[in-house]
Design a protein around this ligand. Sequence first.
Ligand code: IVH
Length: 667
Amino acid sequence: MNIGAEIQRLTDELNRHNHLYYVESNPEISDYDFDQLLLKLQQLETEYPEFASDLSPTKRVGGDITKKFETVKHRFPMLSLSNSYSEEEIIEWGNRIKKTIETPVEYVCELKYDGVAIGVSYLNGKLVRAVTRGDGVQGEDVTNNVKTIKTIPLQLKGDFPVDFDIRGEIYFPIKAFEKTNEERRLNGEAEFANPRNSASGTLKSQDSKVVASRGLDCMLYGIYGDDLPFDNHLESVQKAKDWGFKVPTVDAKYIFKTNSIDGIMEFIHFWDTKRHELPFEIDGIVIKVNSYEIQSELGFTAKSPRWAIAYKFKAERVETVLKDVTFQVGRTGAITPVANLKPVHLGGTTVKRASLHNADQIAKLDLHIGDSVFVEKGGEIIPKIVGVNEKLRNTSAIKVQFIDVCPECEAKLIRRDGEVQHFCPNEKTCPPQVKGKIEHFIARKAMNIDGLGSETVDLLFSKGLIKNVADLYDLRFDQVIDLDRMAEKSVNNLLKGIKESIQIPFERVLFAIGIRFVGETVAKQLAKAFKNIEALALAKYDDLVAVDEIGEKIAISVQNYFLDEENVNLIERLQKAGLQFEVEEKVLSSENLKGKNVVVSGVFSMFSRDELKELIENHGGKNVSSISSKTDFVIAGANMGPAKLEKATQLGVEIVSEDDFVKMIGQ
Ligand code: IVH
């Protein structure tokens, strides 16, 4: 058997069935038969890894872990849309266009999918990279995760352009969202608040298996490239369908062409009432000028195109009964009142709770238990109560009282001058605050302890095994293995993660220990200025405020931290455990690249991009993300973007291969 050809045949076959199932909703074979084909391909790839492709349908099930998402610049900036909230604004927008463009204008109306924007680049029909919107100029490379979304083709079919990007919205279909929450409930995990935020959270998951398991979807809404084979938006979307993308169709009324403002209004009214019948959430309608030529004539403002506008639906409002109010204690000790409601349908999900923010809010609403309340869902994570139907209030109803003592530890609550929030001051032993400190310590941006999540922290805390972060480093296998839901493998992972964390550099340890107001950047500045914890602990107020970005509030907080004996003891224990409490001065491997600005672009065979970047720094060079006249050279791998190549050639910047680079650094 020709293995390469067989792998290709299975790949094509599986891609076709994937498309039929997920995009067309019209499968030809059973799930069982599909799984058999996939298994066969997986076996062949394991046996003959030399034929396994990065774009194999086996990648759809996930498994690739991304430790840190690389920041990448968008080839075409990802702009946002200007929003409008009334029909008048749409009419004005249309009139402005009519004034500029004297000929009749065609508009295309689309749904405004409520998810996260994604940009995916294709080269020669293959998916090469998927990047989040970020700040519009650069975003995070989430390619491994995006490959698990079945409606995003890995390999295009038909007559596609050689080099282009698509823009689309990744969203959580309501059914998949509800299924995930159901599973989380059964596992005793906290439920997700809404589809949009959880789609965004899922996309940033480090484990692509998690993404694969959630069932995210993607709808395409734009194509960007230099020489595209069409001259209007609707045609581009329809062509993209032939290449394998999931696109809105005219038949489903998801996209609609019209040459009048009345036509636009018809589309808006239709979806304003029908939107809850959709299998996904939308938060409005997008209207775009169809012709590319007119689009470029209209151009852009600083932030958004003039040729498109979003019409946002008004926040939805329902009425339901307030059953009671409970009070939650956050990791900083902040008390949040939560309204427990008679479950009610709102915007595609069932709402059982609403945020009440703080005591002032409760007073302002004059809330009574049993009140009939109006609940609204705007863009917030949880819906909020916006008013009370006083006509329905029972005369004997009891007014909602704010609490005086912490519901977790019974400490008397405080409310600082000028602040609206009540706090529990007992940060040392109040359970959510202690657990919060530990969760902050283990987080990705802090000590990044693999194998330890908030549920395990809960468990270890409730069994009395950890009372502070230093206790983590004393944990033993025999203590943890006896706990519920702890298998040998997970205990080993957890202990390994803890042990490995002692390598984390000082600046992150400083962030992790949770000194009030010392965030990531401040921790970096402090580490750079004082070099070690002893010097920081002894720093005078004037020394502290002399550091960039350190003001009075932070300086006082740092000093207070070290005045507390318990904190000093904690640090001593962490030092004994081997954590880094001083800056590691980098010893350069050589100075071969001293003063050189280097750009890394493309895919390499010997090193990963991160490894190359580390090598550049180890040899005295500086990594820069984009090519300019100041760039000394570009290390070019396979698939280096044509735009970059052209720019480098134009500016006369030297292009070196991976091999040349290795010679340059003398390795
Ligand atoms: S077009 C240059 N079309 O809305 C304009 N955006 O602020 C590009 N969105 O985050 C956007 N549905 O992800 C466009 N049919 C649609 C959309 C859509 C949702 C999102 C988009 C962006 C935001 C625009």
